[in-house]
Design a binder for this molecule. Structure first.
Ligand code: ADQ
Length: 485
């Protein structure tokens, strides 16, 4: 019995993620202003035409009063969003605490914190409580036949909670970060509970084969379960494990480049940087993105190639995130210091080698920058995929610039043939890659761009979501067949 959406006749998909794709602000008249964030998962799911998708996630604002919660829930319903309300203390311990201070660094090989944060049971207790609140919201809206797609490390306990409520619910879980070697996962005090819980899902998805392999071996080493890279078996129940490399909505970028506003940006940028080659970095200001390493490598390049010093500029756009967490504040100070040093050493009265912005750019300006850039420099120390590299490639149809990409980004598996791969920890390696790329023959540049452009335009975000949801649907059918035979 598959309950279809009454109006559309389509199968319903509940997408559960920490954040909703809309942000809410309360206006003076007490009404809510809702803004949809168009990038990311939203555009992905617009591509899922055969499903009626609803979102469940944290509202992103603190709404302590019942009346406010009700009015926001009503306003969000129009956008197909169902808010989960978390109070300030919960956000602090679950999101800033357990998610951002413990799980995020661990999943990116940075290990557990050196202070005693990781021993705090209250962070984990609150993480559990928050996951229960998400589970309650899902079960409240669930109808038989719906499929439930849980996202990311914020919600690792959710698959188990959902299956305990209803074992027939079709539940998938996708991890957007890397899954590290079992040697890293093994250090986490809550390692077993978290693994067992995600195994309750019907299908578990990762960006790359390596992450899937690490996950299966963690289940083996930590839980003693048998597994192959296709799945893990626990007392007769097989949980499928598979890779679904994410992509972007490439056409949205290509279309945007033709807008008059973007053309205007391009004219200005061309004038401003007429004499210089542009190297671009676009990252959230996060330790995993290797921003200090990138700047040190650029400094080395300037040292070794004095002829280039007034002919090249590094534009680094670093959007501040998680600004409440002290580690992120320290990172920001550190980056400012080395940018200042490099500009002090190599700048002249008329120009500086690094232009560094502490903010995000609007979408059209971002597209213009991607398109005018000669070299994109992505030096993540670890990165689940890294969509900036995809976005750059999508915008380079006319310029056919080169992507220098960290081996440790998931994207190295998909764009490795066209990109120049580097070890971001080796600043000599990165500096030589910059020098090599600046002097690259145009034939080689075009050939490399073509390979990547094909990949980015064929393997889109829509394809990614369609594959995951199809696989989830099919997996459950198979499991039911097995038990009835
Ligand atoms: P992120 O760590 O956020 O995502 P990424 O995949 O690069 O990393 O996506 C960042 C997004 O933010 C891009 O769409 C980019 O355009 C935008 N962005 C970044 N800096 C910006 C700026 N200064 N101005 C405007 N926009 C900016 C996580 C994982 C990744 C994984 C994705 C998707 O860490 O590894 O690829 O999820 O699964």
């Amino acid at each position: 019995g598959q309950e279809e959406d009454k109006q559309s006749g389509k199968q319903r998909l509940l997408v559960v993620a920490n954040r909703l794709p809309v942000s809410a602000t309360k206006m003076q008249n007490n009404e809510w202003k809702l803004e949809i964030s168009v990038g990311g998962l939203v555009s992905v799911l617009l591509g899922l035409k055969d499903f009626e998708a609803k979102w469940i996630g944290w509202a992103g604002v603190d709404v302590p009063d019942k009346a406010g919660q009700e009015s926001l829930t009503k306003a969000m319903a129009e956008k197909k969003c169902i808010p989960v309300f978390l109070d300030k203390e919960t956000v602090n311990q679950y999101y800033n605490g357990y998610c951002n201070k413990i799980l995020w660094p661990l999943l990116h090989y940075l290990g557990l914190p050196q202070d005693e944060t990781y021993t705090s049971e209250s962070h984990y207790d609150v993480y559990k409580r928050a996951n229960l609140l998400f589970a309650e919201a899902v079960t409240k809206h669930y109808k038989e036949g719906d499929i439930v797609w849980c996202h990311d490390y914020h919600l690792m306990l959710l698959p188990q909670y959902l299956k305990q409520y209803n074992s027939k619910m079709k539940v998938g879980w996708f991890l957007h970060t890397p899954f590290p070697s079992s040697e890293i996962q093994r250090t986490l005090p809550t390692r077993s509970e978290l693994l067992k819980s995600v195994l309750a899902a019907d299908i578990i998805g990762f960006h790359t084969y390596d992450y899937a392999r690490h996950f299966v071996s963690a289940c083996n080493r930590i839980l003693g379960l048998e597994g192959t890279p296709e799945g893990v078996e626990d007392r007769g129940k097989l949980t499928k494990v598979a890779t679904f490399p994410i992509g972007i909505d490439a056409n949205r970028f290509i279309r945007t480049l033709t807008l008059p506003k973007v053309q205007e940006y391009l004219t200005n940028l061309r004038e401003r940087f007429a004499e210089r080659k542009i190297i671009l970095g676009v990252d959230r200001l996060d330790m995993i993105k290797g921003i200090p390493q990138k700047i040190l490598a650029f400094e080395k390049f300037l040292e070794d190639n004095p002829d280039w010093s007034d002919k090249v500029v590094l534009l680094q756009i670093a959007v501040p995130t998680r600004t409440d967490v002290p580690e992120y504040q320290n990172l920001r100070r550190h980056v400012h210091e080395i940018v200042g040093r490099v500009n002090g050493r190599f700048g002249t009265l008329s120009s500086v080698p690094i232009i560094y912005l502490d903010r995000s750019l609007d979408f059209q300006a971002l597209c213009a920058l991607y398109s005018i850039t000669d070299i994109a420099l992505v030096t993540s120390l670890r990165d689940g995929m890294n969509l900036v590299s995809y976005e750059f490639v999508a915008c380079q149809a006319s310029k056919q610039g080169v992507l220098i990409l960290s081996e440790f980004a998931g994207a190295a598996q998909s764009l490795g043939a066209g990109a120049i791969l580097v070890n971001p920890w080796n600043i000599t390696d990165v500096s030589s890659a910059i020098a090599y790329t600046l002097n690259m023959p145009s034939e080689e540049r075009k050939m490399r761009h073509k390979l990547n452009f094909e990949h980015v335009t064929i393997h889109t975000a829509q394809e990614w979501a369609t594959m995951f949801v199809r696989e989830l649907n099919e997996t459950v059918v198979e499991a039911q067949l097995r038990t009835t035979q």
